[in-house]
Design a protein around this ligand. Sequence first.
Ligand SMILES: [Zn+2]
Ligand SMILES: [Zn+2]
Length: 305
Amino acid sequence: MVKLVVTFLGTSAAAPTADRGLPAVAVKREGEVILMDCGEGVQRRVLSESLGLGSDMTILVTHLHGDHVTGLLGLLQTMSLAQRRKPLNVVGPEKLLKWLDITAELLHIGLTFPIRFSPAKPGVVLRTGGFRIRAARAAHSVEAFSYLVEELGRPGIFYPEKAKALGVPEGKLWSRLQKGRAVTLRGKRVEPLEVTGPPRPGRRIGYSGDTRPTAGLLRFFSRCDFLIFDSTFRDSDREKAVERRHSTSLEAADLAKKARVRRLALTHFSARYTSVSSLVREARRVFPNTIAASDGLSVEVPYQA
Ligand SMILES: [Zn+2]
Ligand SMILES: [Zn+2]
C-alpha cells in the first residue's frame, strides 16, 4: 500500500513562538511533495524532514499574507544553490508571481530551474504525477484560497480467478488489467472491469488556509479523509475570529462534522495561547476525531475501508 503522509512544518498564526513556526504543511507520497504555504523559515523544515530540494514538488500558496509566503523566496534561493534543474509547480493568487519576480530581481536571485505557475481559481487547478489539485475561494481579509489535494484513483481489486476463467494467462497481461488497461487475446478484447472490482477512490486532504467557515467550504471539503483547518482562536474569542476573518476551533469542528470528514487537524494557532489543549477539548466535544497540529508532527492518511 502506498503511504500518504502529512507533516506539519509550521503551525503558528501571524508570529512564530518558541515551539511553533509559521504556516507550512507537506503532503508526501512516493517521492512527490505537495507543500502548502511557505511561512518564513520553511526551508530549514524542508531539510530536517528530508523532503528534498530537488524533489517533484508543487507549492500551493493560500494567500498573500507575509506569514504564509515569505519563506518561499529563501526556499527557491536554496534550491538554486543546490543546482535544482527540475521545474517547480507553484499555485497561488495571481499577484504571487509578481511578488516573486520583483523580489528575485531586486535581490539578484537567478533561479536554476523553471517555475510553472498556475493561478489559483475555483475548480481543478493542476494535475501532477500523483494528485489532482482543486481550489475554492476562502473567506479571509484578502483574496484567499483553500485547497483539496486528491490522490489519483486506483484501479479496483483484481480477481485472478475471473482472469483465468476468461483464459488470460498470468504475467504481463494480468499486470496490464490490474493497472486498469484493456488487453486483447486472440482477437478478443478483455476490459479491466471484467476481472477487477470498481475503481477505488484516492485519498483526499483538505487545507483551509486562513478563513471563516463558509457553506461553500463545507461542500468543498465534503467527506475528505483529512481536513486541516484554521483554528486561530478559542471559541470564547470568537469576536476576534469574526473581526480578523479567521475561525475558532469549535467552528472548525462544526464544519468537519457537517462535512462528514474522517479526521480533523487544528492548526494556525494564535501565539496568545501558550497551550492549545482547551481548543482541542472544545473541538472534540463536537467532532471527537480531532487532533492539534504541532511542528514536526507526521500523520499517515489511510485508505477508507
Ligand atoms: Zn495566517
Ligand atoms: Zn492571513
